[in-house]
Design a protein around this ligand. Sequence first.
Ligand code: COA
Length: 200
Amino acid sequence: MPEDLTITRGFPDALRSEVALLYDAAFGPKLSIAIPNTHRRLKVLEQAFDPHHSFVALSGERVLGIAGFKTQSGAFTSGIGPALLRHHLGLLGSLRAVLVLALFERKLSPNELLMDGIAVSPSARGGGVGTTLLERLKQFSADDGYQTIRLDVINTNINARRLYERLGFVPTKTSHFGYLRWLLGFSGATTLQYCVKPTA
Ligand SMILES: CC(C)(COP(=O)(O)OP(=O)(O)OC[C@H]1O[C@@H](n2cnc3c(N)ncnc32)[C@H](O)[C@@H]1OP(=O)(O)O)[C@@H](O)C(=O)NCCC(=O)NCCS
């Protein structure tokens, strides 16, 4: 992990395209079902992100990681709505995207913080950046009075699941996608939950 690593809440507009690239490097394969064209997908992400619902890991000017979240006040990716999709994808493309993205939609319970994507730059993975971002999110959740942090991990992402369990997340539910497997590219996902320790 770089010595000058800093974690900040949000990021300036100048970093939007870099954050979109990083996010897409992690979630592009999944998002491409909704938005197959990489250039358009990056444009949508760049404009849709709400930085206030994220923490970023920076080394100097370089973005090494991003952790988006969703609370009652909004979500990191909440800007991915019909109007923005229509603007970039046209009518048919936006219809496809809206239908596919609806499959990924998750409801929020009161007092809960939902992870809205965590991604570390491929060259920085395995160096502790993801752990640092998750610890920051835990601290933020405690300070702001959330009781639980929830996330979903697909059943093929064994390494990420091990990381979450090491940090105290426990599995609560497994969903099987049945006939949707051919569309999504994975057959199931597990929900993990962390019980926030209140700030003393
Ligand atoms: C999952 C991810 C955010 C973890 O961040 P990180 O900085 O690599 O994590 P850390 O270095 O703090 O911790 C390393 C742990 O993450 C696991 N890990 C998950 N994916 C990894 C990867 N691609 N490379 C290296 N380590 C990875 C390691 O197995 C390690 O666990 P271990 O210590 O029990 O062996 C990051 O690897 C990533 O962006 N992966 C792609 C996107 C993704 O899967 N996001 C999560 C979706 S639920």
